[in-house]
Design a protein around this ligand. Structure first.
Ligand code: 13P
Length: 246
């Protein structure tokens, strides 16, 4: 699975030009599940280009369905645009916009209730890594963010391991470090759910993934793909990332 997180980038014209540039060359979703998570204002236009080789996702949503929440977008609104995925709990949302584990849990539950697949981001800060508490930080996030998510629903959740110190910094976790944490995540899912679910759930790596390191990362047994910011913004680079999954 290869997921672009465009963050707050691209006008409508730029986004459509990007889709035209890659569409012909994308493999079928049976081979690589390719997803573009775009700014909300572009979703309606991009969903029209959704097909058997490309799915569209949102980057955030609020957990309530309607109401006095100025500036927010609800799961009902997302559902009516036809998007399939929504990123939840990105570290930029946690750190810049004050999202707590409890809010993220409510978002995960609300997305699932509205047939949206949450891409749940977890990961440690540099301080936490240096203190040697990476695995316990991630375990706590998983327990809090997946609270009350049932066995029936959990396979509609994609988990993305994104070490905060690797996001947008050019510093990638080494393939073996990324593998270690993704393996720990799978182990946690096994304990929280069961072994069959742990085998099947998709776990992505994100943090300065680019064409030159993607193949090594996605070749790791517990890394099922990538969640990519900067290197997903140019069509050629994104296509290379998708093809690395083949
Ligand atoms: P970069 O690929 O730019 O490091 O961003 C990663 C990310 O935050 C994806 O969600």
């Amino acid at each position: 699975m290869m997921v672009a997180n465009w963050k707050m980038n691209k006008t409508r014209d730029e986004a459509l030009a990007f889709i035209y540039a890659i569409n012909e060359s994308l493999p079928s979703c049976d081979d690589v599940n390719t997803v573009i998570c775009a700014p909300s204002i572009l979703l309606r236009d991009l969903v029209k280009r959704q097909g058997d080789n490309l799915k569209i996702g949102a980057q955030n949503m609020y957990f309530e369905e309607f109401g006095a929440f100025t500036g927010e977008i609800s799961p009902v609104m997302l559902q009516t645009t036809g998007v399939e995925y929504v990123i939840v709990g990105h570290s930029e949302r946690r750190n810049l916009f004050g999202e707590t584990d409890d809010m993220i849990n409510r978002k995960v539950l609300s997305a699932l209730k509205h047939n949206l697949k949450p891409i749940l981001c977890v990961g440690e800060s540099l301080d936490q890594r240096e203190l040697g508490i990476t695995s316990s930080v991630i375990r706590k996030q998983l327990e809090a963010n997946l609270k009350d998510v049932s066995k029936d629903d959990i396979l509609n959740v994609v988990i993305a391991y994104e070490p905060i110190w690797a996001i947008g910094t050019g510093k990638t976790a080494s393939a073996s470090d990324a593998e270690t944490e993704c393996k720990n995540i799978r182990e946690a899912i096994k304990e929280l759910y069961n072994a069959a679910i742990a085998d099947e759930i998709k776990i992505l790596y994100g943090g300065s993934m680019k064409p030159s390191n993607a193949k090594e990362l996605v070749s790791m047994p517990n890394i099922d793909g990538g969640l990519v910011g900067g290197a997903s913004l140019q069509p050629d680079s994104f296509l290379e990332l998708v093809k690395a999954c083949l």
